[in-house]
Design a protein around this ligand. Structure first.
Ligand code: MN3
Ligand code: FE
Length: 309
């Protein structure tokens, strides 16, 4: 048999690039991404939950249902990207993606534990999944990622990363944290849920930093890819904003009082702002060399931590 592999990175003088963004994110994940969802104490959350009005419970459940399926989706759908990166022998990126997937799995467990430990049996939570949400998580995300199994071209990777990192993580998940924050922090509710959300957000800032790096790298290597990134971002933004709008619809239809701290326009503005910042960053990569993208990667990662922190 002819050898399939001609050489190994770690047996040569190059080794692992410790200064690269993926390796730095990997080091951070090994320090910060090791929290255990099973250790979160939900005792006070149970008391708080029992004291909430039915409508307030439904509002928190509705948001939680988006995170449950969202975290499950990103856990299930990430593997084809990892495979694409491994096929290109981008060892540092693959190492980081192992931590990335580990963290998404824990996020899935974390939100499900909140349901099991605090809510009890919530019934079928898919009832909260609106048409835009379904289009994103039941169709666009799994389609864009599983497409990499048969076509792992830079264009296909760019479409997958926009869907996964820019829209799902960068716009929707962040708007969701903002929403939990408004509902829980001001009234000092559910400290267990809140403490987990802080960790999830930190993990997520690294995921988005990787996505920004990957897209900036792809666009810098092949500037024409910007058109694909731009088109995909604009194709999916209405679904992200639609998810916000549709979540508010039942309140208007049934003339329900919108729970304290929630305001539709604030969320739409927040979502659009997060979108615009990433859009501008990746557009700039068109005119950057790979070395410039690498040089800016740490600053980008810090900006992500600030944006999401
Ligand atoms: Mn996550
Ligand atoms: Fe994530």
């Amino acid at each position: 048999m002819e050898p399939i592999r001609q050489q190994f990175r770690t047996t040569g003088s190059a080794g692992l690039d410790a200064g690269s963004l993926p390796m730095r994110l990997y080091e951070k994940s090994k320090r910060l991404g090791i929290w255990d969802p099973a250790e979160i104490d939900f005792a006070r959350d149970r008391e708080d939950w029992a004291g909430l009005a039915e409508l307030e419970q439904q509002t928190i459940l509705s948001l939680t249902s988006l995170f449950l399926a969202g975290e499950e989706s990103v856990t299930l759908d990430l593997l084809p990207l990892m495979l694409a990166v491994a096929r290109e022998q981008r060892l540092e990126e693959e190492l980081y993606l192992t931590a990335f997937l580990f963290e998404e799995g824990k996020h899935t467990q974390f939100f499900r534990r909140f349901v099991d430990e605090v809510v009890g049996d919530p019934g079928d939570l898919q009832r909260f999944h609106t048409p835009s949400y379904r289009a994103l998580f039941y169709e666009q995300l799994p389609a864009a990622l599983s497409a990499l199994l048969t076509d792992s071209s830079p264009a296909a990777q760019a479409r997958a990363a926009v869907t996964y990192n820019m829209i799902v993580e960068g716009v929707l998940a962040e708007t969701g944290y903002h929403s939990y924050h408004r509902m829980l922090v001001e009234r000092d509710l559910c400290p267990g849920l809140r403490s987990g959300l802080v960790r999830v957000k930190q993990d997520e800032a690294r995921h988005i930093a990787y996505g920004v790096y990957l897209l900036a790298r792809l666009v810098s290597e092949e500037p024409a890819l910007w058109e694909i990134v731009d088109a995909r971002m604009n194709e999916l933004l209405p679904l992200a904003l639609g998810t916000v709008t549709e979540t508010f619809e039942p309140y208007y239809e049934d003339e329900l009082e919108i729970p304290v701290g929630l305001d539709e326009q604030t969320f739409l503005d927040y979502a659009t702002g997060q979108f615009a910042k990433r859009h501008a960053r990746i557009e700039r990569a068109r005119r950057q060399t790979l070395a410039e993208v690498e040089a800016e990667a740490e600053a980008d990662a810090e900006a992500e931590a600030r944006l999401t922190g």
